[in-house]
Design a binder for this molecule. Structure first.
Ligand SMILES: Cc1cc2nc3c(=O)[nH]c(=O)nc-3n(C[C@H](O)[C@H](O)[C@H](O)COP(=O)(O)O)c2cc1C
Length: 185
């Protein structure tokens, strides 16, 4: 049974029943990491506990993603619009992984001096779509460090879209008083 969220307070009650979310990123010089931190701040302001993980610091097992309700994945772009080599294996493995039911958003930093600006974001988005996950249409592509107002708005929109896609969510029986039942049972 699914219930509509009517206020942020209701939302915070709901997320306490939910699996956590993960922000997984790769960053060589810190720009993508900055975007990841801003996303984490936005999510936490909305009452979501978001774990932040640097994929280069651990041997990340793809099966681990299933422990989360959603994933925000970030990477920079290298060479001629390529993925950095550190995530090539992760990318390949995604081709054989089913992530049905998991909400996924993609973000990254690049440099507009390159013709293939932030192409790794598009490559990752396409690869995640093959997993049958619920991949968000909106992506974030930042020119180097996230400082332009339009980039900050874009980052906030990704966080908002992500939170919206995680709903509707089940709310425990004793917390339902006064809430609207979607299916009018
Ligand atoms: C050798 C090299 C190749 C790069 N190739 C691209 C590219 O093809 N497209 C792009 O948008 N950015 C490219 N970049 C720029 C980086 O993606 C950019 O500096 C980014 O902000 C790095 O993010 P990070 O700080 O998270 O590592 C390249 C950078 C280097 C050093």
């Amino acid at each position: 049974m699914i219930f509509l969220r009517e206020t942020d307070k209701d939302f915070k009650k709901g997320v306490s029943n939910m699996k956590p979310v993960l922000i997984l990123y790769l960053s060589g010089t810190g720009n993508t990491e900055q975007i990841a931190c801003l996303l984490q701040e936005h999510l936490e302001r909305k009452g979501l506990a978001a774990e932040l993980k640097d994929i280069s610091l651990e041997d990340f097992d793809l099966e681990y993603i299933r422990y989360y309700a959603g994933l925000l994945f970030g990477t920079y772009t290298y060479d001629d619009g390529d993925l950095p080599f550190e995530i090539e294996d992760f990318y390949d493995e995604l081709g054989n992984t089913d992530l049905t039911g998991i909400v996924i958003g993609v973000f990254g930093s690049g440099d507009t001096a390159y013709y293939s600006f932030c192409q790794a974001v598009d490559l990752m988005k396409e690869q995640f779509q093959k997993t049958h996950a619920n991949v968000l249409e909106h992506t974030v592509k930042v020119d180097l460090f996230p400082d332009e107002p339009s980039e900050l708005t874009d980052i906030e929109k990704l966080a908002d879209d992500f939170v919206a896609a995680l709903q509707p969510f089940p709310v425990a029986n004793e917390e339902r008083d006064g809430e609207k039942n979607l299916y009018n049972e």
